[in-house]
Design a protein around this ligand. Structure first.
Ligand code: NAD
Length: 366
């Protein structure tokens, strides 16, 4: 079986961390553990420099055709002055939109060796393993009308529209319930049904879906503000959290920071199942951006990027065995006290991006 993977390293530290993920891909190929058909393209500022757009139609077509896309990061001050529609981030937005990636999945895992890097006390965070499933293509970021009106009396009025249809809630709910079945079989659904009509519908649709198709999974509901409190008070009580675009944006950043550095956090964006291949459209990328402040220095942490590849193995290629090996190797490297600068804490020295990638590969070979 050959897995097709389209690599989009992007800008800033994107290519630096992608090179380390490629070492892991190379190892699995050499071992014969898996066969990948790799192709590479440009996204973000690098694509703008080459083609005048943040992703070319040709690369977009390759992304659509691949089993999975692995992306580094986009953006940087070099492209601050480019036209708004061509800014580096528009490449990422086009990928999400054209591939209809409506489910953003962000795990928040606390490796025991890094528990002291969290702003929470060790006992609240050690062993944390939760996933936030955020609706990514609907809600208030896209709802119309979306405008600023001049009222003509020296006042303006800004309008954003929060809008969800039943099918949008149901399909994101399915992703969450199916994920929970592979994990701790618990879903927490979150909205603000006490003050928002979209929250009332969200609650109703998730409850009905649960009853109809996923009664084997435990479901509870939390208002989004209360969930925010619980995430910093008792995060280990959660398994899978499903919520809308706006609340998910905020809550996933809170959950991310529980675990220490942004350089540790992978993510997946999933779309519908392709009837031809039986696979969901999928893009995997670190949560972090292009980190212009450290780009070119060879000190970026590649763990989020390598972890994103592990997610591709788990969720697209159904190779949880290889994903487990990567996660165990990362854990072992951290247990040995090996650190990049961002997670250095009190450690005496730190590894370069490339040395961290090599350490993970060495561990994988054991
Ligand atoms: P950022 O995530 O790039 O950086 C935030 C801070 O975290 C910086 O101090 C950076 O050095 C550090 N950091 C990030 N990743 C790291 C890693 N792997 N190892 C060590 N340290 C790391 O966010 P930002 O500074 O707000 O944005 C920089 C650029 O990235 C902007 O152009 C922004 O639009 C873009 N961005 C892109 C994405 C994406 O590609 N998905 C996401 C967020 C931001």
């Amino acid at each position: 079986m050959t897995y097709s993977l389209f690599l989009l390293p992007g800008d800033g530290i994107g290519p630096e961390v992608m090179a380390e993920a490629e070492k892991v891909i190379g190892l699995f190929q050499a071992e014969g553990a898996a066969t990948f058909a790799l192709d590479r393209g440009l996204v973000g500022g690098s694509a703008y420099d080459a083609h005048g757009v943040a992703i070319s139609d040709a690369d977009m077509a390759k992304a659509q055709a691949a089993d999975a896309v692995l992306l580094g990061a986009v953006g940087g001050p070099k492209w601050d002055q480019v036209p708004y529609d061509q800014r580096p981030e528009s490449g990422l937005l086009r990928l999400r939109k054209d591939m209809q990636l409506y489910a953003n999945i962000r795990p928040a895992i606390c490796y025991p060796a890094l528990a002291d890097a969290s702003s929470l006390k060790r006992e609240f965070i050690e062993g944390l393993d939760l996933v936030i499933v955020r609706e990514l293509t609907g809600g208030v970021y896209f709802g119309e009308p979306k405008q600023i009106i001049d009222l003509g009396n020296g006042q303006k009025r800004a309008i954003d529209t929060q809008v969800y249809d039943t099918y949008e809630i149901e399909r994101i709910g399915r992703v969450a319930f199916e994920l929970a079945r592979q994990r701790g079989k618990r879903v927490t659904s979150s909205e603000k049904r006490n003050v928002m009509k979209s929250g009332v519908l969200w609650h109703e649709v998730i409850t009905a879906l649960h009853k109809r198709d996923y009664a084997d999974v435990a479901l509870d509901h939390q208002l989004a503000d209360a969930l925010g409190m619980q995430l910093v008070r008792n995060p280990k009580r959660f398994d899978v959290i499903v919520t809308d675009n706006l609340f998910g944006d905020m809550l996933s950043d809170v959950a991310a920071m529980l675990t220490g550095s942004i350089g540790m956090l992978p993510s997946a964006s999933l779309g519908d199942i392709d009837p031809g291949t039986g696979r969901r459209k999928a893009l995997y990328e670190p949560v972090h951006g292009s980190a212009p402040d450290i780009a070119g220095q060879g000190i970026a942490n590649p763990i989020a990027m390598i972890g994103s590849f592990a997610m591709a193995l788990r969720y697209t290629f159904d190779r949880g065995d290889l994903a487990d090996r990567i996660e165990a190797a990362i854990s072992a490297v951290l247990e040995k006290g090996l650190r990049t600068t961002d997670i250095k804490g009190g450690a005496a020295s730190s590894l370069s991006t490339s040395a961290m990638g090599d350490a993970i590969v060495t561990e994988l070979k054991r």
